[in-house]
Design a protein around this ligand. Structure first.
Ligand SMILES: C[S@@+](CC[C@H](N)C(=O)[O-])C[C@H]1O[C@@H](n2cnc3c(N)ncnc32)[C@H](O)[C@@H]1O
Ligand code: SF4
Ligand code: SF4
Length: 367
C-alpha cells in the first residue's frame, strides 16, 4: 500500500504536474512497465484464455537484451514481470537481471504467478530477491488466489490448485524476511467466487497476508475472454447484487493510505449509475509494455501499437501511429474501463480529487 508522507509530497506534486500539464503536450517517457515474458500457461482459468494462445515463437533472451539497451528504459520506475505463467520461462531470472541493469531508475519489481510450481517459484524468488537487494529495489511476489479450496480449483481449472498455491505462499512466508521480499495475494472478483469472499478474507487474515482485488474484465486483447462472459461475468441480478455488496465494503474502507477505496467507489458509481470512470489509470499516460512476441503496448488490455521487429522500442512508443491509438483508447475505452491495475499510482496523480473523496461523509449512501 502506498503511503503519503513529507518525503514524497514533492514527488506527488511533480507527478501531478507532469501527468496533467506536460502530458497534454507531449508523450511522457514510460515510468510503469510490464514485460509479459511468455503466454504459455499451466492453468486453464475460467476468466482468462491466455492458456489457449501461448503457442508462437517467443523473443529469445538475446533479443530481449538488445531491446532493453534502448535508453528509453532509463526512466522506468516500476516493472511488472507477467505472463502467461512467467515461471514457465526458464530464463525469467535473467530477464529480470537484464531489466535491472538497463532500467536505471527502477525502484520496484513485481512478479505475478499462479503459484502452481512451488519449487521453481521459490527458486526464482530467492534469486530475484538477491539481485533486487543489491540494487535496493523493492520486490513483491503476487500469487493469485481466487478462493479457498474447491472455489480456487474451479476458477483456475486445475484440481489441487489451491493446495499448490497455498503451499507456495506458506513456504514463501517462511523465507521472506531472510531473503527480503514482500508477498501479496490477488483475487479476481467473478461470478464463481463472489459469495465466498468472506472465506478467502478469513484465510488470508489468519495467514497475515495482504490481499488485493481485481474486478473481472472482458477483452478481445490480452486475456481474450469475451466468450467467457456467461460463465464468470456478473450478468444476472443476483450475482450483481453480491458484487455490489463486496464493492461497497471495499469502497467504505477509506483511509489516507488506502487509495484503492477511491477506485472501488468509482466502480460502484460506474455499475449502478452508469457514470464515467474518474479514478485515473497511469498506464495510458506513462505506462508501457512489451510481450514475448515483441508486441508493444501502452495498455495491455487494448491493441498493440507496433512490433519490435519493425523498430526500436523508442521509435514505436513515440510514433504517430502509437499516439493515434492512444487517443482512441483514451476516448473510447478508459472512461468505461474497470481495470484496477496501478490504482495507487493513478490516485496519487489525482490527489485533489482523492482528498475530496476522503472528505465525503463516511456513510456509503452519501457517496
Ligand atoms: C493474466 S495473469 C498472469 C499471471 C499469472 N499467470 C496469474 O494468474 O497470476 C495476471 C493477473 O490477471 C488476472 N486476471 C486473469 N484474468 C482476468 C480477467 N478476466 N480480468 C481481470 N484480471 C484477470 C490474474 O488473476 C492475475 O492476477
Ligand atoms: S490468469 Fe494466469 S494462470 Fe490463469 S490462464 Fe491466465 S495466465 Fe494462466
Ligand atoms: S483502457 Fe483501462 S487499463 Fe487501459 S489505460 Fe485505459 S483505464 Fe488504463
Amino acid at each position: 500500500m502506498s503511503k503519503i508522507n513529507l518525503d514524497n509530497i514533492l514527488e506527488v506534486v511533480k507527478g501531478n504536474f507532469s501527468y496533467h500539464v506536460t502530458g497534454k503536450f507531449k508523450q511522457l517517457p514510460p515510468k510503469h512497465f510490464t514485460i509479459n515474458v511468455t503466454y504459455r500457461c499451466n492453468a486453464k482459468c475460467k476468466m482468462c484464455n491466455i492458456w489457449k494462445y501461448g503457442k508462437k515463437d517467443e523473443l529469445t533472451l538475446q533479443e530481449i537484451e538488445g531491446i532493453l539497451q534502448d535508453p528509453i528504459f532509463h526512466t522506468v520506475e516500476d516493472l511488472a514481470i507477467n505472463g502467461g505463467e512467467a515461471t514457465l520461462r526458464k530464463d525469467v531470472v535473467d530477464i529480470v537481471a537484464l531489466s535491472i541493469k538497463n532500467m536505471k531508475s527502477l525502484s520496484s519489481i513485481t512478479y505475478n504467478t499462479n503459484g502452481l510450481l512451488t519449487d521453481k517459484i521459490i527458486n526464482n524468488v530467492k534469486q530475484i530477491a538477491a539481485i533486487c537487494n543489491d540494487r535496493d529495489i523493492n520486490f513483491t511476489i503476487y500469487i493469485s488466489l481466487d478462493g479457498v479450496g474447491r472455489i480456487h480449483d474451479e476458477i483456475r481449472g486445475v484440481e489441487g490448485a489451491f493446495e499448490r498455491a497455498s503451499t507456495t505462499i506458506l513456504k514463501l512466508k517462511k523465507i521472506k524476511n531472510e531473503y527480503g521480499f514482500h508477498i501479496g495475494t490477488s483475487c479476481v472478483l467473478n461470478r464463481i467466487n463472489i459469495e465466498h469472499i468472506d472465506e478467502l478474507e478469513k484465510w488470508r487474515e489468519t495467514e497475515g497476508l495482504s490481499q488485493s482485488y481485481i474486478l473481472i474484465g472482458f477483452h478481445d486483447a490480452y486475456v481474450h475472454n469475451l466468450d467467457r462472459m456467461n460463465d464468470v461475468g456478473f450478468n444476472d441480478r443476483a450475482s450483481q447484487e453480491k458484487l455490489l455488496k463486496v464493492i461497497k465494503r471495499l469502497a467504505e474502507n477509506k483511509s489516507l493510505t488506502n487509495f484503492s477505496a477511491y477506485y472501488w467507489y468509482d466502480m460502484y458509481n460506474m455499475i449502478t449509475k452508469g457514470k464515467k470512470r474518474r479514478s485515473l489509470c497511469p498506464l495510458i499516460m506513462e505506462g508501457a509494455a512489451f510481450d514475448a512476441y515483441g508486441d508493444v503496448y501502452y495498455c495491455l488490455s487494448e491493441q498493440s501499437v507496433g512490433n519490435l521487429k519493425d523498430g526500436t522500442f523508442s521509435e514505436i512508443y513515440y510514433s504517430e501511429k502509437a499516439r493515434e491509438i492512444k487517443s482512441k483508447i483514451m476516448k473510447e475505452r478508459c472512461p468505461q474501463c474497470e481495470s484496477g491495475c496501478m490504482v495507487d499510482i493513478g490516485v496519487r496523480n489525482n490527489i485533489f480529487s482523492y482528498l475530496k473523496f476522503l472528505c465525503l461523509k463516511n456513510k456509503y449512501e452519501a457517496l
